[in-house]
Every structure is written in structure tokens, then in C-alpha cells.
Design a binder for this molecule. Structure first.
Ligand code: UD1
Ligand code: MG
Length: 487
């Protein structure tokens, strides 16, 4: 993007350690609504289509760097990384970021933090508009908060911004200021480059403070300003897990509200958790205690929940998914799933199909109108259309070394408690008896039965289990039958 013919560059500061997270994982890689903190930050600036997007990494740079490369490919943005070897302050971090830009580049540079996940593109655009319209050299984003402890304060004289003072360096009067520095700025790039060279470490923390650029610019007679962000959530950063949870909950509230306003009904919105990438169609009904993670897409008029967790599951229009746990699965239009279904990766259910109670499915496709209604394991199977798999059936697809597939045709009626020993194929229109062990292919239209005829060995319990409760019950039943015969 060019602003009045001047190029826009963006720098995301993501070098901090995040000690207070008490984590093995770099802070930037902790997640809110399915996206890492740094992904939220990168997406917010990437949407401005800047000429350059630089992320400054430091702590955990290998992991964060690899994540940024993958992210850039995924969202189609070129993310350049600059390394800040030692965290000498925000001013130093930005200097490291600038080193990644061409030396003769001018224009505007926006600086944001990698750990401020709710900041959105619209707010940065407002900051840029203010910056450009006022002809400022620096415009900081600020917010008025009830408890400004810890933040840098915006110092104004007769309304005009004169500088920013860090909490630790502030006097009692300055600590009373409730307008805080968000840490998000628009800078004139040439001015910033020069001013960073003027920073000193003469402050309580002995760091190179980026906010000092405001007073330096002002001393040069350049105009500086601050834009108050009306939504303080957008400037909140994550320093510990409590803040991660609080911001995560707020982000979720916003996603839920967007879904509600988009035509989704929720019985109890406070118990619904959505990821940023979840998509819900119109007239979807979400019952209580539902988590829709990853790229879960719910078609129009479908019902999800209660008590359902889905990760990247696609649900067709009008389908119903009740008390289900699913990952990387596809559910067709009008299909029914649950209650108590477990859909593992690669499960596909066709239109109007059914996966019923206590059924686990993995790496299998179940055709349109086909039903697996009760207590079954369907693994490594391809099942045609309008077939019925009897209750308590198992597709034994693993021989201990290799996995094999079970193929079942269309309009098949299989009996209850069947065991499919893969690889095996059942032809179209075939039937099977109860308890069949399907070891061999069943031709189309055949009835498969297995096991010998039933034999009853009379008196076995009395002989082999004498004195047991079973033996006594059998004896009593026999006595009663005998006396009935005599009457
Ligand atoms: C900073 C601001 C403060 C503002 C606050 C808003 C300074 C000196 N102060 O304070 O005015 O109110 O943010 O949250 O800038 N970082 C690096 N390298 C460094 C230091 C920091 O990359 O050497 C990154 C961190 O990863 C983090 C961000 O910069 O994302 C802010 O750093 P942090 O130390 O949290 O700044 P604050 O002291 O909170
Ligand atoms: Mg700090």
C-alpha cells in the first residue's frame, strides 16, 4: 500500500522472552482462538498490504521464525524476519527491524507488538489516517484505562502531546495520567531512522526506549500526536497466562457476537467457543457447551451440540451433530451424527447418512443415506450408498503389521455384531447374518453367514459349575418346568 505516494512498511516486535508465561513455548506461539499471538499481530498488519512486513525475533527465534515462514506462506504475505540478539529495549528492537529494510526506503512505518492480539486492521488504518492528515512525524496509539499501572503515560501540555514517560520513570503527578501508550505507532521512516540514533539508556531500566522518539522529534520542531483508541481491549498485551485467558475470552465473545449477528442461534452463547477460522452459516443452531476449532464450517440450518468439540470438521446444511468429538471430518447435508460419536481424521459421511450412538469412525467414507446406527468401529472402510451396518460391528483393519481396507457396496444389509477382517469386500445388495465374521469377499446379492449351527450341551453347568448360583438357578428352573409338566 502507498500512502499519498509514500510506501508503507510494518514492523512487528516479537523478540521478548515472556518470562511471566512460565512456559517452554515462546510467548509469541501461545494461542488465542486457534491462532498464535504473533499470527494475530501479523494478520492485522498484513491486511494493509505493506511494501515490507518485518517481524523482529529474539527469544525462541528458531521456533518463532519457522512459524512465521509457514504463516507467511499460508496467508500469502512475505514476512521478513530480523533478529534482535539481545533485548536492549523497544528502540533497539525497532532499529534491528529497520536494518532489514532497504537503506534508502522512505515513507511511513507502523510498529506493533506481537503479543497484542486484539488490535485490528481498522484501528491501524485510523492511526495512519490521523498520522497522514496531521502531517505528524510520529503518531502513537493511546487508550484511557482505569488502571494505568506499568504502562508508559502520554504527557500532554494544553492538549498537545509532548512525549511519553515510562511508569518506572514517571513522577507522582505523571503516574496519575490515565492515558497510556499502547506501543503501536506510525512513524515517518526517515525521522525514525535518525531519532533511533539519538536514544539513550539514561532511564530507570537502562533500555533504549522507542517512545523517546516522540520527544526527540518534537525537539526538532516536528509534530507528534496520539490517537485515543476507543476500545481499550485492542491495546492489551499478554504477559502471563491470566491475561492470555482474559484476552482469549474477550476475543471469543467477539467471535460469538459476530456469529449471532450473522444469523446463528445459540442457546447459551457464554458456553460456546469459536476459533477465528470457524464459519457458521445462517440459521445454524448451536446448543450449549460447543467448541468449534480450526477450520470448522457449519452449513445453513445445521444443529451442533450440546456438548460437542469439533476441530476442522465440515458440516453440511441441515445436518445434526449431537454430543460428538470430531477432527478433520466431513459430514454431509442432512446427515445425523451422535449422540456420543467419535469422528477421527478422514471420516466422511454422505448426505442423509447416519453415525449413531457410540460409533467411532476413522479414515473411512460412508456413502449417502448409509447408516451405522449403534456401537461400532468403522476404520479404513469405504461404504457405498443406502447401506446399513448392523449394531456392534467392527472393521478389523489392522493385522498387527499392516492396515487394510474394508469395502462395502450400496444397498447392503449387514447383520448385527459383524466382524470385518480386512482386506475384504462386500458386493452391492448383499446381506449377512448376525454375528458373522466376514473373512472372505461376499458377492453381490449373497447372504453371508459364518460359524457352525448352534449346539446346546445339556446339563453343562450342573456338571462343570456345581454349587454355583447359575447351577442353582438352572436346577430351580428345571424343577419348576418338571412340576408344570406333571400338572
Ligand atoms: C512498552 C512501552 C510502554 C507501553 C507498553 C504498552 C517502551 C519503553 N515502553 O512497555 O510505553 O505503555 O509497551 O504495552 O517501549 N520487545 C522486543 N525487544 C526488546 C524489548 C521489547 O522485541 O528489546 C518487544 C516485546 O516482545 C513486546 C514489546 O516489545 O512484544 C513490548 O515490550 P515490553 O518490554 O513488554 O514493553 P513494556 O515495558 O510493557
Ligand atoms: Mg518491559
Amino acid at each position: 500500500m502507498t500512502l499519498a505516494g509514500r510506501e508503507l512498511s510494518t514492523i512487528v516486535l516479537a523478540a521478548g522472552e515472556g518470562t511471566r508465561m512460565r512456559s517452554r513455548i515462546p510467548k509469541m506461539l501461545h494461542r488465542i482462538a486457534g491462532r498464535t499471538l504473533v499470527e494475530h499481530a501479523v494478520r492485522a498488519v498484513a491486511a494493509l498490504s505493506p511494501g515490507h512486513l518485518v517481524a523482529v525475533t529474539g527469544h525462541g527465534r528458531e521456533e518463532v521464525g519457522a512459524h512465521l515462514t509457514e504463516l507467511g506462506e499460508r496467508i500469502g504475505a512475505r514476512v521478513e524476519t530480523a533478529v534482535q540478539e539481545q533485548q536492549l529495549g523497544t528502540g533497539h528492537a525497532v532499529a534491528c527491524g529497520l536494518a532489514a529494510l532497504p537503506e534508502d526506503l522512505t515513507g511511513t512505518v507502523v510498529v506493533t507488538y506481537g503479543d497484542v492480539p486484539l488490535l485490528d486492521t481498522a484501528t491501524i488504518e485510523e492511526l495512519l489516517t490521523e498520522h497522514t492528515e496531521r502531517g505528524n512525524a510520529v503518531t502513537a496509539l493511546s487508550a484511557v484505562v482505569p488502571d494505568p499501572t506499568g504502562y508508559g503515560r502520554i504527557v500532554r501540555e494544553s492538549g498537545a502531546v509532548t512525549g511519553i514517560v515510562e511508569h518506572k520513570d514517571a513522577n507522582a503527578e505523571q503516574r496519575g495520567i490515565q492515558e497510556i501508550n499502547a506501543g503501536v505507532y506510525a512513524f515517518d521512516l526517515a525521522l525514525l531512522r535518525w531519532a533511533l540514533g539519538q536514544l539513550s539508556t539514561e532511564n530507570v531500566q537502562g533500555e533504549l526506549y522507542l517512545p523517546d522518539v516522540l520527544s526527540i522529534a518534537r525537539a526538532q520542531g516536528r509534530s507528534v500526536g496520539a490517537l485515543v483508541c476507543a476500545d481499550p481491549w485492542q491495546v492489551e498485551g499478554v504477559n502471563d497466562r491470566a491475561q492470555l485467558a482474559t484476552l482469549g475470552a474477550e476475543y471469543n465473545r467477539r467471535l460469538v457476537r459476530t456469529a449471532l449477528l450473522g444469523g446463528v442461534t445459540m442457546t447459551d452463547p457464554s458456553t460456546v467457543w469459536l476459533d477465528a477460522e470457524a464459519e457458521l452459516g445462517r440459521d445454524v443452531l448451536v446448543e450449549p457447551n460447543v467448541q468449534l476449532r480450526g477450520r470448522t464450517v457449519v452449513g445453513e440450518g445445521a444443529t451442533v451440540g450440546p456438548d460437542t468439540t469439533l476441530n476442522s470438521v465440515r458440516i453440511g446444511a441441515g445436518a445434526s451433530v449431537v454430543r460428538t468429538h470430531g477432527t478433520d471430518a466431513v459430514i454431509g447435508d442432512g446427515a445425523e451424527v451422535g449422540p456420543f460419536a467419535y469422528l477421527r481424521p478422514g471420516s466422511e459421511l454422505g448426505e442423509q447418512g447416519k453415525i449413531g450412538a457410540y460409533v467411532e469412525v476413522k479414515d473411512s467414507s460412508i456413502g449417502a443415506g448409509t447408516k451405522v446406527p449403534h456401537l461400532s468401529y468403522i476404520g479404513g472402510a469405504t461404504i457405498g450408498e443406502h447401506s446399513n451396518i448392523g449394531a456392534a460391528s467392527v472393521m478389523a483393519n489392522y493385522d498387527g503389521t499392516n492396515k487394510h481396507r474394508t469395502v462395502v457396496g450400496s444397498h447392503v444389509r449387514m447383520g448385527s455384531d459383524n466382524m470385518y477382517v480386512a482386506p475384504v469386500t462386500v458386493g452391492d445388495g448383499a446381506y449377512s447374518g448376525a454375528g458373522a465374521v466376514i473373512r472372505e469377499d461376499v458377492p453381490p446379492g449373497a447372504l453371508a453367514v459364518s460359524g457352525g449351527p448352534q449346539r446346546n450341551i445339556e446339563g453343562w453347568v450342573a456338571k462343570k459349575r456345581p454349587g454355583t448360583a447359575a447351577a442353582k438357578a438352572a436346577e430351580a428352573a428345571q424343577a419348576s418346568a418338571d412340576s408344570n409338566d406333571q400338572e
